[in-house]
Design a protein around this ligand. Structure first.
Ligand SMILES: [Ca+2]
Ligand SMILES: [Ca+2]
Length: 153
């Protein structure tokens, strides 16, 4: 991260270790960390919406390991304005997550599930649409690929 100063990295490391308690940040550890950072940034003391927080967690967990490592945490911080902005787009964020959840298994949407979703939504699609959404050419659409395709936020 050449955009971050040593001081920022050091501070992030302290925050990361405080909430991770020497471990990786799983969602239950990430949530209080997110709440704290959100309150500092917005200068309020309100609790964050857990569903939106979970979506942020899913997007920040780039390698889909189920936890945030320090590298992912740094990237999360660089994109913090985007991530914290999701709280004000709550309805869309939750709607997209529910839609994805309905037509996916263990965080992956197969082509069959994609076709089922499009049919049930009554949206026109072409065979090739799945391939263009599935950016990394594996056999499934993950939540981040889904979100990039929706362009809702
Ligand atoms: Ca991860
Ligand atoms: Ca994929």
């Amino acid at each position: 991260m050449n955009t971050m100063t040593d001081h920022t990295i050091k501070t992030l490391k302290i925050v990361y270790n405080k909430y991770g308690k020497g471990n990786l940040l799983t969602f239950d550890r990430f949530l209080p960390c997110l709440e704290k950072l959100c309150n500092i940034m917005n200068n309020t003391n309100t609790s964050v919406d857990h569903r939106v927080a979970y979506v942020i967690f899913l997007l920040a967990d780039e390698d889909k390991s189920g936890d945030i490592n320090f590298d992912e945490f740094q990237k999360f911080w660089v994109k913090r304005h985007y991530y914290f902005g999701l709280f004000s787009k709550k309805d869309r964020v939750i709607k997209s997550y529910n839609l994805f959840k309905k037509y996916s298994t263990h965080g992956c949407m197969s082509i069959h599930q994609f076709v089922e979703m499009m049919d049930e939504l009554g949206v026109y699609y072409e065979e090739n649409d799945f391939n263009s959404i599935n950016r990394n050419d594996d056999d499934v659409i993950t939540f981040d690929e889904f979100v990039q395709w929706l362009k809702w936020y």
